[in-house]
Ligand binder design. Structure first.
Ligand SMILES: [Mg+2]
Length: 186
């Protein structure tokens, strides 16, 4: 059986949210992913951001803010080629469902007309996102959202090492983004 589904995460896999993932003064975030560099730059760990105060989440995940995320070019090319090659391309993101429209708009803006048309002809693209009040860690939410798809997943791309670790443990081919999109040796 051909494993025809390719799953992509969004933030830090296809898009670069660095410009908005900045901790406001006086707010701290302790999690296993953040290293010394993150503390110096005050960067928010995207994998754990749902544990932050609601007002911080509303600011960093505002639709107007996410719309400004630039694409990670090499990742968007990989995503585009998956469309060209006929894979069932799906998004599994830790974003909330209220951001699905903004996420679709971002894809429309950054994909070529031909690929937009290909997606339309296949009935659209599926985006799995979290419920508004779901504060569980990203890796838990993502894997649960796509659990029914796992036997059919040929590749899953995500920048969260915890997601990769858990998928590999259950036999799903999973690759750490965005490094996996670069040609080997580069
Ligand atoms: Mg991510």
């Amino acid at each position: 059986m051909r494993k025809h589904i390719r799953i992509y995460d969004f933030d830090r896999t296809l898009s670069d949210p660095t410009h908005r993932l900045v901790l406001p003064e006086g707010v701290s975030q302790d999690c296993e992913h953040r290293g010394p560099t993150d503390f110096e730059s005050n960067t928010i760990c995207e994998s754990c951001f749902h544990a932050l105060p609601e007002e911080v989440i509303q600011t960093v995940m505002h639709p107007e803010a996410v719309a400004k995320d630039p694409p990670i070019d090499v990742a968007l090319l990989h995503f585009s080629l998956s469309i060209d090659n006929g894979y069932d391309v799906q998004i599994v993101t830790a974003r909330r469902k209220s951001l699905v429209f903004a996420t679709m708009a971002w894809l429309r803006r950054h994909l070529s007309a031909g690929r937009r048309q290909a997606i339309i002809e296949r009935g659209g693209i599926t985006i799995h996102a979290r419920n508004e009040d779901d504060r569980r860690p990203s890796h838990v939410v993502k894997i649960e959202a796509a659990r029914h798809l796992l036997p059919f997943v040929g590749a899953w791309y995500d920048d969260d090492p915890k997601v990769i670790e858990e998928l590999v443990a259950v036999g799903v081919p999973a690759y750490l983004a965005p490094h996996c999109f670069f040609p080997q040796g580069v």
